[in-house]
Ligand binder design. Structure first.
Ligand code: SF4
Ligand code: SF4
Length: 208
């Protein structure tokens, strides 16, 4: 599994920054469905409120059941974040034999990979990431505005951060997610369509 995108720092896209980036003419990427980003190594899949709500709607789990089964706390230094757990073999807890079991509700961290701020900081970082992801540099050209959209999606849904004194085991859903959960399928479908910018909706074998 991957370690998760960097957190905080100035937005890459301020002013004319998009035109100054090495990716202003787009980048080639096509997922080979190798699942390397979901398996074998320890890592983090941090959850935003948007992610958690989508996962609850998709799995139909109650919040506490989902937290107990799939989520771990990660110390941020000033509180804690929520991340998906791993299995004992370091596969993501939501990876099944044929790919991601929640593909249509996978977290933004997964759906936007490898278009993360740290990886897009330089051509060297992008090239270095290709050692972990064989899809980088291959396939279709992803235009800069679509890369921009993926970065913006991450920015607009920051990972949940909880104060140390919050007892996760007793927190209720409205407190954690801020508003009542909407479980209507039409609403859920709209959320997922927003996430899947240009991924094949039938492709469920990897993060992107
Ligand atoms: S994004 Fe696709 S190609 Fe890249 S590591 Fe993940 S599954 Fe493999
Ligand atoms: S795409 Fe699915 S299986 Fe892979 S890391 Fe994300 S949630 Fe886990």
């Amino acid at each position: 599994m991957l370690q998760g995108p960097p957190y905080g720092g100035p937005c890459l896209l301020a002013g004319n920054a998009m035109n100054d980036n090495f990716w202003h003419d787009g980048l080639r990427f096509e997922c080979t469905k190798c699942s390397a980003c979901c398996r074998h190594d320890p890592g983090y899949v941090f959850l935003s409120a948007f992610d958690l709500r989508n996962l609850l709607d998709h799995t139909r789990f109650a919040l506490q059941d989902f937290l107990r089964a799939y989520v771990k706390k990660v110390d941020s230094g000033t509180g804690f974040w929520l991340s998906l757990r791993e299995k004992s073999n370091n596969d993501c807890i939501l990876w099944g034999g044929d790919g991601c079991t929640v593909y249509h509700a996978r977290p933004i961290q997964c759906s936007t990979y490898p278009f993360w701020q740290g990886i897009l900081d330089s051509g060297a970082a992008w090239s270095s990431e290709s050692h972990d992801c064989p899809g980088i540099g291959k396939g279709q050209l992803i235009p800069a505005p679509e890369i921009h959209e993926r970065l913006w999606l991450q920015r607009s849904h920051p990972r949940l951060k909880l104060a140390y004194d919050i007892v996760l085991e007793s927190i209720d859903e409205n407190t954690l997610l801020g508003s009542p959960r909407v479980i209507a399928d039409a609403t859920y479908a709209g959320k997922i369509a927003e996430q899947d910018f240009f991924n094949n909706p039938e492709d469920n074998s990897g993060r992107s």
